[in-house]
Design a protein around this ligand. Structure first.
Ligand code: SF4
Length: 704
């Protein structure tokens, strides 16, 4: 009763990139009562089904509560000694390129910062990558090419003040539900229109004013055709293009080669000409347009070009950084953005800096680093291929389950078994990655127990606060990282006493000798004292000086982050798939999320309420294809690719595009028949971002 009377803790949902504020109060029975935080500017009190069910997912019964070495319980000292010795020995014998760390968009910014600093500043290895590579790295690469830095120019409020919202490769109704509810509310209040561009007729598509069910992978052609149309009609903002951008002529010339007119666009995309014309007309005649994009854009072998084809149109019309306008990347994970900010990608050093010699020097001096990494490390898929080849011999995985979620997941699992030193920090006592041979297991603090910050899709930093005691011997990840650093002789640089101290250091690094930040109050958060950090309200960062930190947009008057402060149009490549269907594998397999599960279900799988939405993995197929292949609705089918097979319940969907299959990503288990579809996905990646193509693997299907 005493616990129930305590005030609710203001924290943040650990699932999607919307970043909803949550009020959590322990119920005294091991769970918690959960409500939306009415004061949080991301959700104003709303929560979706996953967020609402958080209180049902706090059971300790399946938790990893003590360190383990080789299957026996160990003390933290023994475990950290073993990790330190494993990494020290590997570097001594094979060099820093033989060690790696694989992180998660679920981690807090402070955990990310600590891991990045240890590996890139003190072990000399840039092999620091994250499951965010599978989620939004094509958006990162597209932003950098166009803007000179990875920046989301707009805010959530733009989605409420736009007159047209274009959702590309995004089932926001299921994957970003609260933000989608904000869009729907604006639609009712203001009469805004929603266009969905997606091969599938998703819940979002169902509710749209216009659905363009284009052929997989042809988004670039659609936006090239749009650019050509806008240029021909004089519907551009020529002054913006002339004053603030470079490369328009080349981008337009390439667009004309790919999609010279509406008819060619319709043909390339497999769309009805009338739908293409309707989309073009809406875009041409509406000033306030926001184009949102998510995994259908990012998870593609041409994902970065898709992002740039979208941004090209916004640059051409000057619809960027102004109220109700702009390109908008919807990040999948709660802290993909925070991870990006601190350098949690192998091709970023820290604080949005790459590996330019000046940046390496600057960060090295700030950290007083022992051994700076000087060049990009290996991105996720390349990292696991290097493990398979025996080139990476020591790996630390924190808060993610690559044996399920990576493409070619069976190959990833086999690779993990080859490691000399395999460390996993986890909440749960068993999952596929732990089962793939993790010899050192570190019990990590879970949501409700850990304390730090996350950054959502609109660059808003929110506190995630603890409201439960740390159970057993679990520790926050940053403490485990600092403990290993100390054992390797770097204790002084990792002597933080709280996550607030790490956050201040991260903010100070962002501002350190940072000429590009002259117009921003980027260093302001470096001055927070412990109380300020504890009480920190959700804040967008960076924000322009004088605008205040409440809300901030970028690029309305140019001032991009390129050396000449001008944006870049990108001449995108002609359409090409990484792999075409073949006679043995005539379909394209698309994979994605469902409404009520999260990633590999280690948490959402604990809620019976969430399981009641969709209780088992499934395969979506068109009626024509099902009839031809003898597949029956409600029966089972075997779907296979060159990389693996799964047996799934069939859903014949009249709206499915013939030649395509869809299966959800969440289920996992020891055999493919449990629906572990990551094992089926091919390993092709986008050449700029390294993001895997998870939407178009050639596949076969047969009745069971
Ligand atoms: Fe959590 Fe996303 Fe749902 Fe908000 S919309 S409650 S952040 S899962």
């Amino acid at each position: 009763a005493h616990a129930a009377e305590a005030p609710a803790t203001r924290t943040t949902c650990p699932y999607c990139g919307v970043g909803c504020g949550v009020l959590a109060k322990p119920d005294g029975l091991g769970g918690a009562t959960i409500a939306g935080d009415p004061k949080h500017p991301s959700n104003f009190g709303r929560l979706c089904s996953k967020g609402s069910a958080l209180g049902e997912t706090l059971s300790l019964s399946a938790r990893l509560l003590h360190p383990e070495i080789d299957g026996r319980r160990a003390t933290w000292d023994e475990a950290l000694d073993a990790v330190g010795e494993g990494f020290r020995r590997t570097i001594a014998e094979h060099g820093p390129g033989a060690v790696a760390i694989y992180l998660s968009g679920q981690l807090l910014t402070e955990d990310y910062y600590a891991a990045n600093k240890l590996f890139k500043g003190f072990l000399g290895s840039a092999n620091v990558d994250t499951n965010s590579r599978l989620c939004m790295s094509s958006s990162v690469a597209g932003h950098k090419r166009a803007f000179g830095a990875d920046t989301v120019p707009g805010t959530y409020r733009d989605l409420e003040t736009a007159d047209v919202l274009v959702l590309v490769g995004s089932n926001a109704a299921w994957c970003h539900p609260v933000l989608y509810q904000r869009m729907l509310a604006a639609k009712v209040a203001r009469g805004s229109k929603i266009v969905t561009i997606d091969p599938r007729r998703t819940s979002t598509a169902e509710e749209s004013d216009l659905h363009l069910p284009l052929k997989a992978g042809t988004d670039t052609a659609l936006f090239c055709g749009l650019l050509v149309r806008l240029a021909e009609r004089g519907a551009m903002r020529a002054g913006f293009v002339a004053d603030f951008t470079e490369g328009f002529d080349a981008a337009l010339a390439r667009a004309k080669e790919i999609a010279p007119d509406a008819a060619a666009t319709a043909t390339a995309c497999g769309l009805a000409l009338a739908d293409v014309e309707a989309f073009f007309a809406l875009y041409e005649t509406t000033e306030r347009v926001v184009t949102l994009y998510s995994q259908g854009v990012n998870q593609s072998s041409q994902g970065t070009d898709k992002v740039n084809a979208i941004i090209n149109v916004h640059l051409a019309t000057g619809r960027i950084g102004r109220e109700g306008m702009g390109p908008f990347s919807l990040t999948g994970q709660p802290n993909a953005m925070g991870g990006r900010e601190v350098g949690g990608l192998a091709n970023q050093l820290a604080a949005h800096m790459g590996f330019e010699p000046e940046a390496v020097d600057r960060v090295g001096r700030f950290w007083n680093a022992a051994a700076m990494a000087k060049a990009d490390g290996l991105k996720a898929v390349d990292m696991f291929d290097a493990i398979e080849r025996g080139e990476i011999k020591a790996l630390w995985v924190i808060g993610t389950n690559p044996a399920v979620s990576l493409p070619r997941a069976d190959a990833a699992r086999r690779a993990l078994a080859k490691l000399d030193c395999f460390v996993v920090s986890e909440n749960v006592a068993s999952n596929d990655t732990l089962g793939a041979g993790a010899t050192i297991r570190l019990p990590a603090a879970a949501w409700g127990e850990k304390d730090g910050t996350i950054t959502n899709s609109e660059r808003r930093i929110s506190r995630q606060r603890a409201f439960l005691a740390l159970p057993g011997e679990v520790r926050p990840d940053w403490q485990a990282i600092a403990g290993v650093a100390a054992r390797l002789g770097f204790g002084e640089a990792f002597a933080w006493r709280s996550p607030g101290e790490i956050f201040r250091e991260h903010a100070a690094l962002s501002a350190f000798e940072n000429d590009g930040a002259r117009d921003f109050d980027i260093g302001a958060l470096a001055d927070l004292d412990t109380r300020d950090y504890d009480l920190l309200e959700p804040v967008q960062w960076p924000a322009r000086k004088g605008v205040g930190r409440a809300e901030s947009r970028f690029f309305a008057e140019g001032d991009f982050y390129t050396p000449d402060r001008r944006a870049r149009f990108v001449a995108v490549a002609p359409l090409a798939h990484a792999a075409e269907p073949t006679a043995p594998y005539p379909y394209r397999l698309n994979t994605g999320r469902i409404r009520d599960q999260w990633h590999t279900m280690t948490r959402t799988g604990l809620s019976p309420r969430l399981a009641s939405h969709i209780a088992e993995p499934f395969l979506e197929i068109s009626p024509e294809d099902a009839t031809r292949d003898g597949i029956v609705d409600g029966g089972f089918a075997r779907v296979s690719t060159e990389h693996g097979a799964a047996i799934l319940r069939v859903r014949v969907d009249p709206a499915a595009r013939p030649g395509t299959l869809f299966a959800p990503i969440h289920w996992n288990g020891e055999t493919a028949s449990h629906g572990r579809v990551g094992a089926l996905v091919h390993g092709f990646v986008d050449p700029f971002s390294g993001q895997p193509d998870a939407k178009a693997t050639p596949a076969a299907v047969s009745p069971v």
